[in-house]
Design a protein around this ligand. Structure first.
Ligand code: SAM
Length: 280
C-alpha cells in the first residue's frame, strides 16, 4: 500500500488558526514538503514539531514531485504545506496531487485557512455564487483582457493581488467593468486587518494615498449586466411555478440559468416558494 499525501492548510497570518488536526497530522507524517522550509520551520517550531522537511516550490516541482511520489510509493506519508493558506490555491501542489491521484495514491485534504474564502465571508458581498480567479496577469493588456472575460460572470469576483499592483488593477477594473462596489481585504487575521469598502473610485482614493500595504484580496460585486435581467429569486420562481406552471425541477433549472445561482440553491428555494414560503 502506498502512503498518504496530505494537502494541509496552514494559517494566513495568525498561528491560532492552525487546526488541531493539522498539528496532529504534521506530527505524524514521515515527511513534510514545504514551499519554503525556513518559513515553515517557524510554524513547526511553534508547535514543537520536528520532522524531516523537504522543499517543494514552483521551480523544483518536477524534480521534487518525483522524489515525493517515490516516498509515497515506499509507504511513507507526506504532508504538503505552502507558506500560507491552502496548498494548490494560487500555490504549488496541483501537479503533485494530479500525479498522486493518477497512481491511486490516497490524497487527503486537511482544511483550514484560505485568504479568498476568509475575505469573502466578511466582505458583505454576495457569497452564494462567486468566482475565484487567482492573480490577474501583471501586464496591463493581458490583465484587461482577463478582466473583460469576467465582466459578465454572475456573483462576486475574487482576485489575489500584490500590494504594489493594487492601484493599477483597481483602475483596470473600473475601466473594464465600470463603477462597481469593491472590497479590498487586507492583512486578514493579522494585527492590521482591514476591509476597505466602497465604489472602485472610493477605494482607489484610499489606495492612492499610499495607505494600503501588506497582503490583499480584491472582491468585486456582481455587475448590473449579470443581474439586471433577472428579478429576485423568490419572485422569479413564483412566476415560473405559478404563472408558467413549471415543475419545481424545471423552474429551479431555469432560474439557475437566468440568475447564475447554483441549481441546488434554486431547487431548495423553489420548494420553499411552492410551499407558500414554508421550509420543507
Ligand atoms: N494558498 C493561499 C491561500 O489559500 O489563500 C494563497 C497564496 S498566494 C501565493 C498569496 C496571496 O494570497 C497574497 O498575494 C494575497 O493576495 C492573498 N493573501 C494571503 N494571505 C493573506 C492575508 N493574510 N490577507 C489578505 N490576503 C492574503
Amino acid at each position: 500500500m502506498p502512503g498518504t499525501l496530505y494537502i494541509l492548510a496552514t494559517p494566513i497570518g495568525n498561528l491560532e488558526d492552525t487546526t488541531f488536526r493539522a498539528v496532529r497530522i504534521l506530527g505524524e507524517v514521515d515527511l513534510i514538503a514545504a514551499e519554503d522550509t525556513r518559513h515553515s520551520l517557524k510554524l513547526l517550531n511553534h508547535f514543537g514539531i520536528s520532522k524531516p522537511l523537504t522543499s517543494y516550490f514552483d521551480h523544483n516541482q518536477q524534480f521534487k514531485g518525483e522524489r515525493i511520489l517515490q516516498a509515497l510509493r515506499r509507504e511513507k506519508s507526506v504532508a504538503l504545506i505552502s507558506d500560507a493558506g491552502t496548498p494548490c490555491i494560487s500555490d504549488p501542489g496541483f501537479n503533485l496531487v494530479r500525479a498522486a491521484v493518477a497512481e491511486g495514491i490516497a490524497v487527503i485534504p486537511i482544511p483550514g485557512p484560505c485568504a479568498a474564502v476568509t475575505a469573502l465571508s466578511a466582505s458583505g458581498l454576495p457569497s452564494d455564487t462567486f468566482t475565484f480567479a487567482g492573480f490577474p496577469p501583471a501586464r496591463q493588456g493581458k490583465r484587461r483582457a482577463f478582466l473583460n472575460a469576467m465582466d459578465h460572470l454572475p456573483g462576486t469576483l475574487l482576485f489575489y493581488e500584490a500590494p504594489h499592483r493594487l492601484e493599477e488593477t483597481l483602475r483596470d477594473i473600473r475601466e473594464v467593468m465600470g463603477e462597481r462596489q469593491v472590497v479590498v481585504a487586507r492583512e486578514l487575521t493579522k494585527i492590521y486587518e482591514e476591509f476597505i469598502r466602497g465604489t472602485v473610485t472610493d477605494v482607489l482614493s484610499t489606495v492612492a494615498q499610499g495607505k494600503v500595504r501588506g497582503e490583499v484580496v480584491i472582491l468585486v460585486a456582481p455587475g448590473e449586466a449579470a443581474q439586471e435581467d433577472a428579478p429576485p429569486l423568490p419572485e422569479l420562481l413564483g412566476r415560473l411555478l405559478h404563472d408558467e406552471g413549471l415543475t419545481v425541477k424545471d423552474a429551479a433549472k431555469k432560474a439557475a440559468e437566468m440568475t447564475g445561482v447554483p441549481k441546488n440553491t434554486a431547487y431548495a428555494e423553489a420548494l420553499r416558494v411552492r410551499n407558500g414560503g414554508k421550509e420543507c
